[in-house]
Each structure stands twice: as structure tokens, then as C-alpha cells.
Design a protein around this ligand. Sequence first.
Ligand SMILES: CC(C)(COP(=O)(O)OP(=O)(O)OC[C@H]1O[C@@H](n2cnc3c(N)ncnc32)[C@H](O)[C@@H]1OP(=O)(O)O)[C@@H](O)C(=O)NCCC(=O)NCCS
Length: 174
Amino acid sequence: MEKVKVYKMTTDDVDEVFHLEELIHPTHHWSKESFYSELSNKLARYYCVKNKDNKILAYIGVWFIFEEAHITTLAVHPEYRRLQLAQILIIQTVKDCYNEMIKYITLEVRESNVNAINLYEKFLMKSIGVRKNYYQDNGENALIMFTENIWYDKFKNNFFQMQNNIKKVEVLYV
Ligand SMILES: CC(C)(COP(=O)(O)OP(=O)(O)OC[C@H]1O[C@@H](n2cnc3c(N)ncnc32)[C@H](O)[C@@H]1OP(=O)(O)O)[C@@H](O)C(=O)NCCC(=O)NCCS
């Protein structure tokens, strides 16, 4: 079983994260400067997943604003998908939310991105509206997805179950 660690992204990771970003989103990726700028944004937190060879397999970015956490980016290396790495990064985010008394988690997702929508629905997120022509590259609509209040039992019980179901990799949260 692959051993992975989850840790806070630093400026030393930006080159590798950027290569991954280009690989995953060839036509509409973030710039290196965006990552550098996000890493100095006090409201933002970025995490990576690395394997034992120190290869970055996945990353997530989140803004914490008042009572909401807004997921800004989430991506997993194409060769390492379906290993629960995205779930692991969302679990890390939810833990941060509990530590910081956040109530809701939200994000925008392309309406055609069924894989990501399935992922968010596992965390009981629901689409509450649409931003028309949100994506500049192809004019696609974004679904706005929200959790319910994460302090409610329904969310918590599901979250604990999600944590217990991480079985495809061995995770160390640093
Ligand atoms: C979407 C993405 C982040 C999922 O990452 P992942 O690590 O492979 O996802 P996980 O293994 O944690 O899977 C979690 C759940 O997501 C859903 N999912 C993920 N990939 C899927 C696929 N190919 N088909 C259907 N559902 C899928 C499933 O519900 C899955 O749960 P299951 O394995 O129990 O069925 C990844 O495919 C990716 O990086 N895509 C490109 C970037 C992107 O779309 N980011 C999201 C932007 S909003």
C-alpha cells in the first residue's frame, strides 16, 4: 500500500505543483505567480500530498473567510487517481474548519465535471445555484456547491465515516 503524507504547501513546492497544474489543466491553468501569491495570502491555506519518493501527487487550496471555507483548487495527478487522495485533502480541510469554527464549505465546479461533483456529494455538498458562463476558457457554467452546517450531526457522522473509509493508502497528516 502506498504511504503518503499531507502537509502544508510551501514556496519550495510551487515548481512541481505548477508542472502538475499544467499537466492537469493544459488550456486553463493557474500561473506560478498565482501559487506564490496564494501562499502569502493570510486567508488561504494550501496542502499537498506526497509519496515516499517525495513526489507531489495532489494539492488543494482553501480560503477561510468568516464562517465559510471556499475550496479554490483541488487536483490529483492523473496516474494517482481513485486512491482517495482527493478525499484525504478534503478531510484535512474539514479538520481545519472544525479547528477554526467554520460552518460551511463551498466551491464552484464545472457543470460537466461529474467526477468532482460525485466527490463533493460524498461530503454531502449540494448544488445551490449556477454561475452562468463562469469559466473563461469555454464559457461553461459553474455549479455553486455548499455543505450544510458542518456542525450538524448528519455532516459529522458522514465525515467520521469518510475518515474511517480511507483504506487505499496509508496517510500521515504532518
Ligand atoms: C476530481 C478529482 C480531484 C478526484 O480525485 P481522486 O483522488 O481520484 O478522487 P478519490 O479517489 O478521492 O475519489 C473520491 C470520489 O470521487 C468520485 N470520483 C472520482 N473519480 C471519479 C471517476 N473517474 N468517475 C466517477 N466518480 C469519480 C467518486 O465518488 C469517488 O468515490 P469512490 O471511489 O468511492 O467511488 C480528480 O479526478 C482530478 O484531479 N480531476 C481533475 C481536476 C479537477 O477536476 N478538480 C476538481 C475541480 S472543482
